[in-house]
Design a binder for this molecule. Sequence first.
Ligand code: AGP
Length: 613
Amino acid sequence: MCGIVGYIGPRDATPIILNGLKRLEYRGYDSAGLAVLENGHIAVRRDAGKLARLSALVEESPVHGHVGIGHTRWATHGEPSARNAHPHLGMTGDVVVVHNGIVENFLELREELSAEGVVFNSDTDTEVIVHLIERCLSRETGLAEAARCALSRLRGAHGVVTFSSKEPDKIVAARIGNAGGVVVGLGDGEMFLASDMPAILEHTRSVVFLESRQMAVVTREGVEIKTLEGDAVAYQVQSVAWDPIAAEKGEYRHFMQKEIHEQVRSLTDTIGGRVDFEDGRIHLPELNLTPEKARRTRKLFIIACGTAAHAGMVGKVLIEHIARVPVEVDIASEFRYRDPIIDEDSVVLAISQSGETADTLAAMEEARSKGATVWSIVNVIGSQAMRIANGYISMQTGPEIGVASTKAYTAPLVDLYMLAVLLADLRGGIDERTRRRLVNDLRLVPDLAGRCLDREADVEKVARFLLNVSHCLYLGRGINMPSAYEGALKLKEISYIHAEGYPAGEMKHGPIALIDRDMPVIVIAPRDPWYEKMLSQIEQAKARGGIVIALATDGDELIPGIADHVIWLPETPWMLSPVTAVIPLQMLAYHIAALRGLDVDQPRNLAKSVTVE
Ligand code: AGP
């Protein structure tokens, strides 16, 4: 989950790399650095902390050249510091490396290299790579061969980019497993490299994605791709639709605030082109779902991490209720090691905003190895989870930059709803009237989201009320139990308040002991089939002296009488109510964090896509 950028061409590499890193800073912001070939020598500039410190350092002592690589880091091995920042130079000073991933056997390699007299300048796992390349260079013919030799010694998943002052006409990049992507951007007489597209979109839309166990040798004129075994690869150039403006904050203070407010558009886009309101039918062509396959599907597994897993939990209620297909939701990091019972009639659906989350990708491969059909719901076009799936649904929300996911949570809620209706339809398990009603309700979604956003000022008032709390309990039931988990996760992620989402029915089996005047209880109680039960949950929390903030449907006459604060929700068909329930929870977390003056877009210790285990 680091960000990598590279450039080779006639222009000055430094500003291109710094701008690219700026667009990737959400991937890691513990330290940053770049290396540029200047007058035949590799000049390195790096510093701890945000990219701004590196920019200041480069301003103070400028470097210029036509070949360069850069990196923003999310620390795994070696604390965030300037000496552990990438790029890492070898002992000769002629080879430099940036890396994404974890060298799982770095301790043994470090010992082996130290025994040969190699002096290490950092505590990172990455540094072994540049020393291995230098060692191989003494034996192999050229950087590409040396990189292949060095990579063959590494265990784990990696994205590696390197260049040498002895071969100034090329940059070598390689990818092994799921440690974040490596994209090559094709320019006119110049080439770009990046771990993620936003870094190069302002320069080119023509890209080549490196697959696992592939290596690219990139020169000004073009790119040659081979497998790590040395076989030539015929690659496909893809054109990316995203525009770089979408990756700008515009008039908003934070990307998260912008992305919360983009949900009318993102929900319109995720429905767009997939719903035939005339016929009352859903079309998800990239899923490649046939009536036979739909009928043969005996069980569906949903695998994901974090916010995406919460969307999966809502998906379980929707698919079981509408399509009557049993669904099991698994946290991907657990799924891949629990030897799940899967066969060719199983479908495994992965949900991932970035499409590069290592645990989710590995769980997809686990499912494939057991013969299952693998689908994915993904936001990042061209990401691994989109490419390795048998079928996919694109969330179509555009780039999501804020680390705390928002629009890429509500979009899959609607995608899962559409998938459930399509599955039921293709299985012949739904009557026309019900199908048309469910499809028709989708018309309401963008406007309902807009009405939630219009009530931001009311939510901000509650945020001011909760500004100084240290704990918070979120309760939900049924289809909105995951809304409680998601609300709590948003608050934890960006405000650092300890928050817990809990199935409301479970409260009396333990967490009720936490409730007192200092423990605010946020209760998600829209008019859905679990409404009556939620009323008594509110009563129980009040009976213990809890401060209750309730999310209630417009016109509710009971809840204002028993809750301390009410956040009003527009009347929403219950199967879509998680969409309108979560938007005020996103805004609540946002305003508490913003009022606390915290770095909302880049919360401490987090990163946008987790590409290591
Ligand atoms: C959510 O706000 C977090 N950024 C995190 O929990 C995230 O949902 C998780 O890492 C999964 O990411 P993905 O959707 O990109 O796979």
